[in-house]
Design a protein around this ligand. Structure first.
Ligand code: GDP
Ligand code: IMO
Ligand code: MG
Length: 430
């Protein structure tokens, strides 16, 4: 038994892709279990950048098998483009390196159109989605009208399902949003064709593959997308994504029993970022926030949008540790904090004059939350070339120790740059 979940502990973009790539050197399988092409996971190996939206971040290791599980909403064009690029660069040599579950929900053009139309009509109230059709696709899954990846190979089923779905969707487009209806024949032809091109990657039962692997003592990583505070049920609702992003979702989205999970690794930025709308108590709309954005290069890997930036928020992080059952932390982007005279850490919120140590969950309260900070002296040394944690400057070690004491969870990995090799292990995790 060696199932390890890698999960974002903030609002996404913590560096999950980098960590999964690093861990994949020792993993036999990497499984994506939720979300879709709203994710943007960046890997930097020997200076070469790869951004993955759907293909699991183990793909640069030729001995690691990557699986896209049933909980994922599959953007057929995006996955096709990713596979094409990976084949061209020689990283994907064999179709057996990537298995896509037949049970994945397919994102259709009408999902993207509906996502965009709703955001546009919401004006200032918009969620700030990635526009990838994620919400409408998960809605169709819940209302039992989704097109599954396996349906693309059965022409009659595909036609029947698309007709059924478009009947309602086209009414919405015309009557609610004043848009042209979607052409059914064009949609069908496009999807049948793309389906054929993806046929070599089709897998009937990915959960069987995972189960056999775990029973044989193989290491299986479950790669989360988004972050805990974007969880559909437990995040800053409605400013969330439309899937469950917490660690338990790995069991549901990949069909693996909770007893098969040994560790839950929380990926945590040394500060906080958020893309899109919604509460963010430690957000800095100041020069300090801009400095974090500039040094940390905080621009979205999927949409290129500016990420909102602020100090680390331990009230929110402790909540994430609790709802995920995080056993170990990988602390990311600590190098970005070099050069700040003072570093702040939010340990409590003040809401309507009262101090709160526990995360309040309700958006109205979070909007009122004033962060209460502890302050620590910064450091000026460049950390990006360090080879060992022993060489980390004392002030930085104290910052990490302070975080660890507050969250009562071991920080076992410290990342000092985007590259695969810029990773300091405090304790071996495997
Ligand atoms: P993900 O969505 O969680 O996989 O994260 P993203 O890839 O969207 O965003 C993380 C960004 O930070 C990417 O550009 C990474 O290359 C970069 N990154 C990851 N770890 C580090 C680090 O330790 N230091 C720095 N400076 N950049 C990092
Ligand atoms: P990774 O895996 C950061 C955010 C969007 C928006 C909200 C809903 O790279 O960490 P959606 O398109 O999902 O309906 O948008 O969720 N969001 C992310 N923010 N990182 C992500 O993924 C995200 N995926 C969605 O910005 O606020
Ligand atoms: Mg990202």
């Amino acid at each position: 038994m060696s199932g390890i979940v890698v999960v974002g502990s903030q609002w996404g973009d913590e560096g999950k892709g980098k960590v999964v790539d690093v861990f994949s050197a020792k993993a036999d399988y990497v499984v994506r279990y939720q979300g879709g092409a709203n994710a943007g996971h960046t890997l930097i190996v020997d200076g070469k950048k790869t951004v993955l939206h759907l293909v699991p971040s183990g793909i640069l290791h030729s001995d690691t098998i990557c699986i896209i599980g049933p909980g994922v909403v599959l953007d057929i064009e995006t996955i096709f483009d990713e596979i094409k690029a990976l084949k061209e660069s020689g990283e994907l040599k064999d179709s057996n390196q990537l298995l896509i579950s037949e049970l994945c929900t397919v994102i259709m053009p009408y999902h993207k159109q509906l996502d965009a139309a709703r955001e546009q009509s919401a004006g200032h109230e918009k969620i700030g989605t990635t526009g990838k059709g994620i919400g409408p696709a998960y809605e169709d899954r819940a209302s039992r009208r989704a097109i599954l990846f396996g349906d693309l190979f059965y022409e009659n089923t595909l036609r029947k399902k698309v007709e059924h779905s478009l009947k309602e969707k086209n009414l919405l487009f015309e009557k609610c949003y004043g848009l042209e209806p979607i052409n059914i024949e064009q949609t069908l032809a496009e999807f049948k064709n793309l389906g054929q091109l993806l046929k070599p990657y089709r897998c009937k039962d990915t959960s069987l593959v995972i189960s056999k692997a775990l029973n044989a003592g193989k290491k299986v990583l479950f790669e989360g997308a988004q972050g805990s505070l974007l969880d559909l049920l437990h995040g800053t609702y409605p400013y969330v994504t439309s899937s469950s992003t917490i660690a338990g979702s790995a069991c549901v989205g990949a069909a693996v029993g909770p007893g098969k999970i040994d560790k839950v690794i929380g990926i945590t930025k040394a500060y906080t970022t958020r893309v899109g709308s919604g509460p963010f108590p430690t957000e800095l709309k100041t020069e300090v926030g801009q400095k974090l954005r500039d040094i940390g290069q905080e621009y979205g890997a999927t949409t290129g949008r500016e990420r909102r930036c602020g100090w680390i928020d331990l009230v929110a992080l402790k909540y994430a540790i609790r709802i995920n059952g995080i056993t170990n932390i990988s602390l990311m982007k600590i190098d970005v904090l070099s050069g700040f005279d003072e570093i702040k850490i939010c340990t409590k919120y003040k809401i309507n004059g009262e101090l709160h140590e526990d995360y309040p969950i309700a958006v109205d309260e979070l909007n009122e939350a004033e962060p209460i900070y502890e302050s620590m002296p910064g450091w000026s040394e460049d950390l990006t070339k360090l080879q060992s944690f022993d060489d980390v400057p004392e002030a930085c070690k104290k910052y990490i120790q302070f975080l660890q004491d507050e969250i009562e969870t071991p920080i076992d990995i410290v990342s000092v740059g985007p590259g695969r090799e810029q990773t300091l292990w405090l304790k071996p995790l495997f």
